[in-house]
Design a protein around this ligand. Structure first.
Ligand code: FMN
Length: 130
């Protein structure tokens, strides 16, 4: 089964660190959702979407990637890092996955991890992607 993880990590690269650690242990193709534009998810069986959280949902760049690039019927999973323990941050992403008739989204089987409270600073200094 071919697996890809698309990530959008802009604030502290927290999500990228998580994805890099996964890629060291698992056979996955990692796609930078901000810098890589010309990628095709059709060739993958299972697709992970990894994002930081902004204003209660996945980054808008990630939601756009899901809308534009996720083919129908794929096996999908989510990873996310966030600053404050709160509600269901993957609801908007889940809705897109459901509209695309994805299998899942499902819990990722690795040390119980699928989202992570991450290093955080005063977000008023956030200036967007480099
Ligand atoms: C503009 C902005 C909005 C954010 N909104 C939330 C939020 O609603 N809830 C939360 O828990 N964390 C929020 N955060 C914190 C980030 O989700 C957290 O730092 C995350 O790990 C960033 O991931 P990244 O470094 O991969 O971009 C926000 C951060 C920024 C910069």
């Amino acid at each position: 089964m071919k697996t890809a993880i698309v990530y959008v990590s802009m604030h502290h690269k927290n999500t990228k660190k998580l994805v890099d650690a996964i890629a060291e242990q698992y056979d996955v193709t990692v796609i930078d959702g901000v810098r890589d534009h010309d990628f095709n998810l059709a060739e993958f069986d299972r697709i992970g979407f990894a994002s930081g959280i902004a204003f209660g949902r996945f980054y808008p760049q990630m939601l756009k990637i899901m809308n534009d690039k996720l083919p129908e019927g794929k096996d999908v999973f989510f990873l996310y890092t966030y600053g404050v323990k709160a509600g269901m941050y993957c609801n908007a992403a889940r809705k897109i996955a459901e509209a695309k008739k994805s299998k899942g989204p499902r819990r990722v089987r690795m040390p119980g991890l699928r989202h992570l409270r991450a290093y955080e600073t005063d977000r008023r200094h956030f200036k967007g992607p480099p």
